[in-house]
Design a binder for this molecule. Structure first.
Ligand code: NI
Length: 149
């Protein structure tokens, strides 16, 4: 970890009050909350690069009595076995299933796969959370190297 640096920030009073009350609700100190915001924004930016390495979880809820959906979902996962690194299936009740898949790959490919799975006919609900797995520094570095070649 690099050296800590202090810096001053000017912002509107009401924005600071809203931020402080957020920190209070999250039981977080201002500095830690600001670090978290900065890291999240940097990671978000990396995600916009289609070639960025990302990992995340896709969760689908569906009715397993619904036609051939379970079979189709399994086939789609087998076709993309290099990106689907783990799957957890939960039988929520007599009808509904919750399937959580850990995905890993390039931002473009993982997003395409997630969209395909969550838009499969019969999926009742879905959520997808992806994060960049290469640091911003490494990311920037890679581009520098690519540009030099
Ligand atoms: Ni089930």
């Amino acid at each position: 970890m690099s050296e800590l640096v202090r810096f001053g920030v000017s912002l509107e009073q009401d924005l600071l009050e809203a931020f402080d009350s957020l920190c209070e609700r999250r039981e977080s100190k201002r500095s830690e909350a600001i670090r978290h915001c900065i890291r999240r924004e940097l990671a978000e930016e990396v995600l916009t690069d289609p070639n960025a390495s990302v990992a995340g979880v896709l969760t689908l809820m569906f009715d397993h009595h619904d036609s051939d959906l379970p079979g189709r979902l399994t086939s789609l996962q087998h076709e993309a076995h290099d990106m689907v690194i783990a799957t957890m299936h939960v039988h929520l009740d007599e009808h509904r299933c919750l399937e959580a898949m850990a995905l890993r790959g390039s931002a473009a490919e993982v997003s395409r796969l997630a969209d395909k799975l969550r838009s499969a006919r019969g999926v009742l609900q879905s959520s997808c959370s992806l994060t960049a797995i290469e640091s911003v520094h490494e990311h920037g570095h890679q581009h520098c190297t690519e540009e030099k070649q």
